[in-house]
Design a protein around this ligand. Structure first.
Ligand SMILES: Cc1cc2nc3c(=O)[nH]c(=O)nc-3n(C[C@H](O)[C@H](O)[C@H](O)COP(=O)(O)OP(=O)(O)OC[C@H]3O[C@@H](n4cnc5c(N)ncnc54)[C@H](O)[C@@H]3O)c2cc1C
Length: 303
């Protein structure tokens, strides 16, 4: 076991939890125990913590809402760093403007951001409705749907680069693509700015409600999951390929290819990460054998 207590004792303004069930940290509700979960209370303490981790060569990962990750089974001798206590602020455009940018901390959940957009009458981010992410996770993944992606509304992002220097990049400086935010590897997103336009709160709320109805009709929201498991190959639908290869309902332990949406694996009870990985491997091999298509994972498997 690594000596996390000594390290965390040297950094001020960081709340620490020990031996946290991984199921609390990801929407799949799988995984074992995470040795150490840190919540820096300020950007300064976040930076000091990461500096100390790097100096000691200790393994760490930033997590948002854990809605696109598979965490290890067993004891994970690792530090998960959450931005929920240091990066949740929000700044609106000027009141008299018809359009502008909202500046939002990476630790804020999209659901909260959207509630505030409705209350303050700012439109443009409705396409994010139902994506159970933080702002940071949504930027890293360039999250989106057929109705829009983060890249369509992102104006600017502030982040710590790999050497922990603070940097700002405009949308045009990032090579964003399908489910890829183009943020340099190893960077930590601190804040994003999104374009919004003034709109009547009732119209924004109606649009969000319509998108949520459509989601609940076509996606298996009853069971824990990480949403789509594979990226869509160019010009094709991963879900359709998996369905046509006969995998709907395919199950290992409690991990099951959803009957409603074949690109979702759902946790029907006590699925382990190994169960999910086993389903992933079998589906991938089956689709390759049947259609000659290599499905690429959208979900990130953390080691
Ligand atoms: C029910 C459901 C529906 C979904 N629907 C959609 C959808 O419609 N469209 C879509 O695109 N996705 C969807 N997803 C997947 C998921 O919500 C997105 O990929 C989302 O962007 C992940 O955000 P997160 O905050 O949960 O990130 P996490 O899953 O916690 O992390 C994802 C990756 O981002 C990194 N990361 C997170 N925050 C930061 C940060 N601040 N700085 C640096 N790195 C960071 C993590 O290290 C990890 O590598 C869905 C998931 C579920 C469970």
């Amino acid at each position: 076991m690594r000596d996390w207590k000594r390290l965390t004792g040297t950094v001020a303004d960081v709340d620490v939890e020990w031996d946290v069930p991984a199921s609390r940290l990801n929407t799949f509700r799988v995984g074992g125990t995470v040795r150490c979960v840190a919540h820096p209370r300020t950007e300064g303490s976040l930076k000091n913590l990461l500096k100390a981790l790097k100096a000691e060569g200790l393994p760490w990962s930033i997590l948002g809402n854990g809605s696109n990750v598979l965490l290890p089974d067993g004891v994970w001798d690792h530090m998960v760093v959450l931005l929920d206590r240091c990066s949740g602020r929000l700044e609106w455009p000027q009141r008299d403007g018809r359009s502008g940018t909202v500046r939002v901390g990476a630790g804020m959940k999209l659901a909260q951001l959207l509630r505030m957009c409705v209350r303050h009458g700012w439109s443009g981010l409705e396409f994010l409705a139902g994506i159970p992410a933080t702002v940071g996770g949504a930027v890293i993944m360039n999250a989106g749907t057929r109705t829009g992606s983060v890249e369509d509304v992102l104006e600017r992002v502030r982040f710590l680069d790999e050497t922990l220097d603070e940097r700002t990049a405009t949308r045009s400086e990032l090579s964003m693509g399908y489910r890829s935010g183009g943020i340099p590897g190893g960077a930590v997103v601190l804040e994003a700015e999104f374009r919004v336009v003034a709109e009547h709160p009732r119209l924004i709320a109606q649009k969000i409600a319509g998108l949520m109805r459509e989601r609940h009709r076509s996606q298996p929201w009853r069971w824990p999951s990480a949403g789509c498991v594979f990226k869509n190959p160019p010009g094709r639908s991963a879900g359709a390929l998996i369905d046509q290869a006969g995998f709907k309902g395919y199950r290992v332990g409690d991990a099951e290819v959803s009957l409603l949406h074949a690109n979702w694996i759902v946790n029907r009870g006590r699925a382990t990460r190994d169960d999910v990985l086993c389903v992933i491997r079998t589906v991938r091999d089956g689709v390759r054998d049947r259609f000659g298509v290599d499905l690429e994972l959208e979900v990130r498997v953390l080691e």
